[in-house]
Design a protein around this ligand. Structure first.
Ligand code: ZN
Length: 285
């Protein structure tokens, strides 16, 4: 058996594909959020992916990542640690020394030829250190708090030929661009091209897992439609953190710090449990 078969991240997503459910991959910015996410996974017996932007490494060095890895190890449900949108060789090499199970090698800010070349090289670098990898064929528009904004660059929908090219780089997961957007959607809301997505899924032919980026403001029905279409890793940011921020806004300075923290953790837990239920991963761990 190869390391790829026992890698926690790969195992979580393979099980999700076989069981036709989606796994929440939540961005965490602090320990309260990590703790709240893990509690949700334990409460509803769900697999979970905790992910970080490179920002977390730049600010906390390895502290936040090691904390999440420690929480994952002792959770009693499958939890993997992933680095989202690693956009430089430098940050990928730093991350490869940290307890990540998976790293997104995101070279989508380069033109396609350079993107493919760099992706293949860095996937090999990560694989040598037993890290699973994810890449972004095409380019998903926009930015989120903690990751480089590519809004100045033109968004490109993923094309069928790119699937073959990116599978050839050796990545384990692909995050296609099919109308999804990082950050906030405009007033008309998300308009996803499911026809394109199903074509991508057929071409991927189970050789890679498919990842959904850009879910801020998604309604439960749209999320369920994405899971039914074959998405297994569901990147979420504000979808599970909104109640936490609302709680902070309402209560900073009005309650003791310990109470603020404890209730904040609970906000993350409750909202995450709701989305685990919607994505069908509850009870699957
Ligand atoms: Zn993304």
């Amino acid at each position: 058996m190869s390391w790829k078969d026992i890698n926690t991240h790969n195992r979580i997503l393979r099980d999700a594909e076989a069981g036709q459910y989606g796994v929440i991959a939540a961005i965490a910015y602090n320990v309260e959020q990590i703790f709240g996410l893990v509690k949700a996974a334990k409460n509803v017996r769900s697999p979970l992916i905790i992910q970080f932007f490179p920002w977390a490494i730049e600010v906390y060095d390895g502290l936040l990542v090691r904390t999440a890895a420690d929480a994952a190890k002792t959770a009693g449900v499958p939890i993997s640690i992933h680095l989202d949108h690693a956009q430089s060789e430098d940050i990928i090499k730093r991350a490869a020394e940290l307890p990540f199970d998976s790293i997104m090698v995101d070279m989508s800010h380069y033109d396609k030829e350079i993107n493919l070349k760099k992706t293949a090289e860095l996937v090999e670098y990560c694989n040598q250190r037993h890290k699973a990898t994810e890449a972004e064929p095409g380019r998903i528009e926009g930015g989120e708090d903690g990751v480089m904004d590519t809004a100045g660059l033109e968004a490109c929908m993923t094309t069928p030929e790119e699937i073959e090219e990116f599978v050839a780089t050796g990545v384990d997961s692909l995050a296609p661009a099919f109308g999804n957007v990082h950050g906030e959607y405009g007033p008309s809301g998300p308009r996803l091209d499911f026809g394109r997505f199903s074509q991508i899924r057929i071409l991927a032919d189970n050789r890679v897992r498919l990842v959904l980026h850009g879910t801020n403001g998604f309604a439960p029905d749209l999320m369920k439609r994405c899971v039914a279409a074959g998405v297994t890793k569901i990147n979420v940011n504000r979808l599970v953190l909104d109640d936490y921020y609302e709680h902070l806004n309402a209560n900073v300075g009005k309650m003791g710090h310990t109470q603020l923290i404890e209730e904040g953790i609970e906000k993350v837990t409750q909202l995450t449990m709701k989305w685990m239920e919607i994505c069908g991963s509850s009870g699957k761990a």
